[in-house]
Design a binder for this molecule. Structure first.
Ligand SMILES: O=C(O)CCC(=O)C(=O)O
Length: 295
């Protein structure tokens, strides 16, 4: 449960960091499961429905950049998404009824192309209202060296920025047309087991992790049950099975929110890392030779 001061901080800045939320035993299990998935990437030739792989990945020397949709990949991940240790906090910010929108584990295996360019999650999945947020569960300590998330406070109350390049969705804010002052970004750090919570419209990004230390971040995206995806809810049973708290509804709440539709679809589909390969310019400069294809 959050204090009134924490709720005020979230409303004011658009994000929050809460230390030591996940118990040592849950954390150990989440890390072990993650490692099992990484081990199973040996022999995988390239991107799949489960893995996004980094530049330089080979079946013999796997470089997993992301485990996609962990809640679909393993029942224990799905159970953790509904753990009250997280959903009670969600209830304080989103209301009684909460649905899991999606999830991923970003592993940043140590290539320059692991940077995540500035973006708003809202540009990827606009809804009928913006009561959505993402929770970042730190599976490792996140510090200044290993590619921590950077948040631009207050931007959750601003416009939705142009995330297109050459007429297609690119998943990265167009640096030329935006008026953002990135020097105001704040760095999120914390011990493993801590969480970050950021509003769906907040501008955020992160540089590559070239530190040699792991930086595995499990991200769950949660929505108020009455926030319906403008790009379609898909199969209703599957949609409702993602409820993590309270009850589903067939009555979307419509509010006055700025929206841009993420179409035409990205030139490079599959993950934000792939989408952003088409970005017109990069803020987080590639810094090693393997990044040549991305510069
Ligand atoms: O892993 C990170 O540092 C940022 C992740 C993120 O913003 C995303 O995957 O949408």
């Amino acid at each position: 449960m959050l204090t009134p001061a924490q709720i005020d901080t979230y409303r004011e800045k658009g994000y929050l960091v809460i230390e030591d939320v996940v118990s040592a035993s849950s954390l150990a299990r989440l890390k072990a499961l993650t490692e099992e998935f990484v081990d199973k990437a040996a022999g995988v030739p390239g991107h799949t429905d489960v893995y996004d792989v980094a530049d330089g990945h080979t079946p013999e020397a796997p470089l997993v950049r992301r485990i996609k949709l962990p809640h679909k990949a393993h029942a224990e991940f799905r159970a953790f998404a509904s753990d009250p240790v997280l959903t009670d906090i969600m209830a304080d910010l989103l209301g009684h009824d909460v649905r899991l929108h999606g999830g991923k584990i970003n592993l940043k295996p140590g290539t320059a192309a692991d940077a995540v360019e500035w973006h708003q999650d809202w540009a990827f999945y606009p809804h009928t209202n913006d009561d959505l947020l993402a929770v970042g569960v730190m599976l490792d300590d996140m510090d200044l060296e290993n590619g921590p998330i950077l948040m631009l406070p207050g931007t959750h109350r601003g416009p939705v920025y142009d995330h297109h390049a050459e007429g297609k969705f690119s998943g990265a804010i167009d640096l030329d047309s935006c008026d953002l002052d990135f020097s105001k970004a704040e760095t999120v750090t914390g011990r493993a087991g801590s969480i970050s919570v950021h509003h769906v419209r907040l501008v955020h990004g992160s540089s590559a992790n070239l530190s040699g230390k792991p930086r595995r971040l499990l991200l769950w995206e949660y929505a108020a049950a009455d926030a319906w995806p403008l790009m379609g809810a898909g199969d209703l049973d599957e949609f409702d099975e993602r409820m993590v708290r309270g009850d589903p509804t067939l009555a979307p709440r419509l509010t006055d929110v700025p929206v841009r539709i993420p179409l035409p679809a990205a030139l490079h589909p599959g993950s934000i890392f792939e989408n952003q390969r088409a970005a017109a310019a990069r803020f987080f400069e590639p810094a090693d030779s393997r990044s040549a294809a991305y510069s």
